[in-house]
Design a protein around this ligand. Structure first.
Ligand SMILES: Cc1cc2nc3c(=O)[nH]c(=O)nc-3n(C[C@H](O)[C@H](O)[C@H](O)COP(=O)(O)OP(=O)(O)OC[C@H]3O[C@@H](n4cnc5c(N)ncnc54)[C@H](O)[C@@H]3O)c2cc1C
Length: 387
């Protein structure tokens, strides 16, 4: 846990960085479909690639609550910036930190925390996304090696990654989550190929691609955790990650509300600023209410997570609510901008396209609904008295 003063200093520094460097770079980033190198270097120098990595490996060693505070500020700028470092902080380092061997931690965590190495997390396949327990990528034991075959789809940062966490089926007789294991595969390993970069609707500064495994032979010690632990590792990484995605949505919600207020106070219709029209005020008020609700539930869930409580239901509630809310907030902001909101001269149309994916990756809204309902139904009607 950081000192209050240090937390405040980090927040102040980030607010300046976002306002003075990231937001002004959004148009250039969108035009070039890449985050400028000097900003990646600056984010690495600020320690943003290693928020959650403990200080013994050069990270900032933040609690989830502290990390969420960072994301709420960082994600006021285009979500592409966060995407560049999001996997290193989340699903790409969590498995190594919690389940990795001493050697795996020593080899990767410092490099991930400094941004020298980029991580990818490979679960989704062409035929299996939501139904992740059914994936077909195979890992076959052969002496002191595992041999991997299969294709992973839409893998964030795959074009830049140095280390890939790959979930594969080690028990050929299983068809569910029990037969899955996790592996660390390094770039350059023969048999691992990264496909062409995907053309996406938004988040254009962040790159996804297929990861193709064709008789990719790796040493037996490349397994993360124990054989059969793959699904558990993936789901625990995603549980933490979902609170992070929710915080990204809430950070962007704040930005969209700021944009809406600034525009509404300067644009005039019928002889007065549109901010004076009560129908515009209603849209701003609805957006603020949803943003405040999202921030509150995210902070509370992060505190519970840090206290060691099981937070799978809370994480799904946060992701479901905050990502659906930012969709509505982006839509209202665009409406407040009128025709200008539809044009590329203003940032709103880019931000509107970017936020759409938040309801899809790391578990769609429907999957969050299923997790929440399953969790509640399992507990029965006494759930309200649980905490
Ligand atoms: C930009 C981007 C980056 C990504 N990065 C990564 C990454 O780094 N690593 C990775 O592994 N994956 C990544 N993904 C993949 C992402 O996690 C999946 O797209 C997501 O989990 C949904 O899977 P799917 O696309 O196969 O949709 P499907 O599973 O085919 O679902 C299609 C629709 O059916 C709904 N649905 C499915 N099952 C049910 C059900 N039981 N009840 C009700 N509705 C249901 C879904 O909610 C969805 O609306 C990324 C995706 C995108 C777009």
């Amino acid at each position: 846990m950081l000192e209050q003063e240090t937390r405040q200093q980090i927040r102040d520094m980030l607010e300046r960085f976002v306002a003075e460097e990231l937001i002004p770079a959004e148009a250039e980033m969108a035009a070039n479909k890449a985050v400028p190198d000097h900003l990646i270097t600056k984010m690495a120098d600020m320690g943003l690639f290693g928020l959650s990595v403990p200080s013994e490996w050069g990270g900032l060693g933040m609690t989830l609550e502290e990390e969420v505070e960072v994301l709420l500020i960082l994600c006021r700028a285009s979500l592409s910036f966060r995407s560049v470092l999001g996997i290193n902080n989340g699903v790409g380092s969590y498995g190594i930190l919690v389940h990795g061997s001493d050697e795996q931690r020593a080899r990767h965590l410092s490099r991930l925390a400094s941004g020298e190495e980029i991580a990818s997390f490979c679960l989704t396949e062409p035929d299996f996304g939501s139904d992740a327990a059914s994936i077909r990528t195979r890992a076959t034991r052969d002496g002191d090696s595992w041999v991997l075959n299969g294709t992973k789809r839409y893998i964030t940062n795959a074009p830049h990654a140095g280390v890939f966490t790959i979930i594969a089926r080690t028990d050929p007789n299983s068809t569910n989550h029990k037969g899955l294991s996790a592996f660390l595969v390094e770039r350059g390993t023969p048999g691992l190929e990264v496909g062409a970069t995907d053309e996406k609707m938004g988040l254009v500064g962040s790159h996804t691609a297929d990861v193709i495994l064709n008789n990719c032979r790796i040493p037996a010690e490349s397994m993360l955790g124990q054989e059969g632990d793959g699904f558990k590792i993936a789901m625990s990484a995603l549980e933490r990650g979902r609170i992070g995605i929710a915080a990204s949505a809430a950070g962007m919600s704040r930005r969209l509300i700021d944009e809406a207020i600034a525009y509404a106070q300067t644009r005039t219709t019928f002889g007065k600023p549109i901010a004076d029209h009560q129908l515009i005020q209603a849209m701003i008020a609805d957006s603020e209410t949803e943003a405040f609700a999202a921030e509150s539930m995210i902070m509370e869930s992060a505190r519970r997570y840090d206290a060691g409580q099981d937070c799978s239901r809370e994480a799904s509630c946060c992701k479901l609510f905050a990502t659906e809310a930012v969709g509505r907030i982006a839509d209202r902001t665009l409406q407040i901008f009128g025709g200008a909101g539809y044009m590329r001269d203003y940032p709103i149309e880019q931000l509107y396209r970017d936020v759409r994916v938040l309801r899809i990756y790391e578990g769609t809204s429907q999957i969050q609904q299923l997790i929440i309902a399953k969790n509640l139904l399992k507990q029965g009607a006494s759930s309200m008295r649980r905490k």
